[in-house]
Design a protein around this ligand. Structure first.
Ligand code: ATP
Length: 490
């Protein structure tokens, strides 16, 4: 059965409303046009600019009933039996009048069968219509179809460059095909074309560009951010146990085996400024996969009333980018279960938990959090995530490493400094505070016009009141909580 058969089956099943969600409007209309001959009813198309026209014609007609409520009233009161494809009607589903009109049409389906097809790239059907509607998604091309598309583009390149062959490295070809899955055929073709036609070769240099272009195509709402900066664990002090944990699971993540559960995700909980964000970036770095950051704040602010739908879309986009790391920073801020937001965060939590339970392989979730009191217990229940890691204030050896890393980053040779003594004096400092004191000490040296000295660093230590002192009680409470429930990253 192909997707035309699927569509025909639903249209014949006497469902009054069909939600057809796809980014491929042209292909969807073409499928419906082809179905015209097989169906016993005429097929019409409506757009806001052209009004209602017959789908039989390939050219645009000046149609009637341009206003959304006008076309629905026409369908309810006058129209003959048929299939009516309303293209991009989704913004008008916010209007209760339109929702009621659609429901009226559905309720009178038995006496006058008019099927309304809502064709849009995004659709969130109002609950009132749920009982009368079926949802259909156009299938995306599978790996074999994508392979064929890539091969066709390679052949086209050869035709335009007689006597030459497309240079292809087998591994890059397979990765390119991987990266193009999740896209529509037209999008995959365009990216394959670019990858081949820029230099007549498919190689590793094409991949980052394809990934970025794919991300841009999938994430048109801007809630997921593609983070170009990943980290290496070499630039992070501490986190020994986390690194080992990740290394042990690397192959199970990339190449799941029977009997070994593919890693799903971790929560990094801990004291502010101790490197949770750095570690999230390093997960992507160590596994060599893209890092996507889900911005909860934008999810809530920008799309008031559409938060869950946008979350679902973002999660789907992340799946299409797999293999990847999905990083949710300060997850507690988006999921705090207070009653003040009319239950939105509860529903967001529900959406996230369902996704985690059903999650497809290839998306590794890294959530970071500072405040356990705001974390919903459902999230941290055993089994949801693979592990909850605690990121504590660094111990002396780690403080020494962190000071060395940040000195080196700023062109100083750590061997010229007594970093052991600095580590001793910075008890209770976070990584961010150690970095900051290196920065400030460099300013002091620069102002004096002489090279940086130990004394500059020690002076900055005296001037700093670390968070662990200012917020001693909160940090103690966090540590107490973490002691029995989490695993240390070190
Ligand atoms: P927050 O909860 O405030 O977001 P965080 O735990 O995510 O903090 P980061 O943002 O990762 O902390 O750390 C801030 C900066 O401090 C980092 O960019 C890095 O430069 C420095 N830093 C913190 N911890 C470490 C570490 N273990 N090794 C090296 N640098 C560190």
């Amino acid at each position: 059965m192909d997707e035309r058969d699927d569509l025909e089956r639903v249209l014949r099943s006497r469902t009054p409303i069909l939600a057809l969600q796809t980014r491929e409007e042209r292909r969807a209309l073409e499928l419906l046009r082809q179905l015209r001959q097989r169906l016993p009813w005429p097929v019409y198309k409506w757009t806001l600019t052209e009004g209602l026209t017959s789908l039989a014609f390939d050219f645009a007609l000046e149609g009637r009933y341009r206003e959304p409520d006008e076309v629905l009233r026409h369908l309810r009161d006058e129209a003959q039996a048929g299939v009516y494809v309303l293209v991009d009607f989704h913004p008008f589903l916010n209007d209760p009048v339109n929702v009621r009109l659609l429901k009226d049409i559905a309720l009178h389906y038995e006496t006058n069968p008019r099927t309304v097809v809502l064709l849009s790239h995004e659709l969130d059907l109002p609950e009132e219509l749920g009982n009368y509607a079926a949802t259909v998604r156009l299938r995306l091309p599978d790996r074999e179809t994508i392979r064929r598309i890539v091969m066709e583009e390679a052949r086209r390149w050869k035709q335009e460059h007689p006597g030459r062959k497309v240079g292809a490295d087998r591994e890059a070809l397979e990765l390119l095909i991987n990266n193009l899955t999740g896209l529509t055929a037209a999008e995959a073709r365009r990216l394959a074309h670019q990858a081949i036609f820029d230099d007549g070769a498919i190689d590793a240099s094409d991949l980052p560009r394809v990934m970025q272009a794919k991300y841009e195509l999938l994430n048109q709402e801007g809630v997921l951010h593609y983070e170009f900066e990943t980290e290496r664990f070499a630039d992070i002090g501490g986190f020994r146990r986390l690194r080992e944990w990740l290394e042990r699971r690397r192959s199970a993540f990339h190449d799941p085996r029977p009997g070994l559960d593919a890693p799903k995700g971790i929560l990094l909980l801990g004291v502010q400024g101790c490197g949770k964000s750095l570690a999230a970036r390093a997960v992507a770095g160590i596994w060599g996969i893209p890092l996507l950051r889900l911005d909860f704040a934008t999810l809530y602010n920008k799309y008031h009333g559409e938060t869950e739908r946008n979350l679902r879309e973002s999660l789907r986009a992340a799946e299409a980018m797999a293999p990847c790391v999905l990083w949710i920073d300060e997850i507690e801020k988006g999921l705090s279960t207070s009653d003040s937001d009319a239950g939105t965060s509860r529903r967001v939590l529900g959406t996230l938990l369902t996704w985690m339970a059903e999650q497809a392989e290839g998306v590794f979730l890294v959530a970071t959090a500072n405040d356990i009191s705001a974390l919903p217990p459902e999230l941290i229940r055993k089994g949801r995530l693979d592990e909850i890691f605690f990121v504590d204030l660094p111990d002396p050896a780690t403080r020494k490493r962190i000071a060395e890393i940040h000195l080196r980053k700023r062109g100083e040779d750590p061997l010229h400094f007594n970093t052991g003594e600095l580590a001793r004096r910075t008890e209770g400092f976070s990584g961010a505070e150690i970095e900051q004191l290196v920065v400030s000490a460099l300013y002091a040296a620069h102002a004096r016009g002489t090279p940086l000295r130990d004394a500059d660093l020690f002076a900055e230590v005296e001037l700093t009141r670390p968070l662990s002192v200012v917020m001693a009680e909160r940090i103690d409470a966090l540590r107490d909580w973490a002691r029995t429930r989490t695993v240390s990253v070190d």
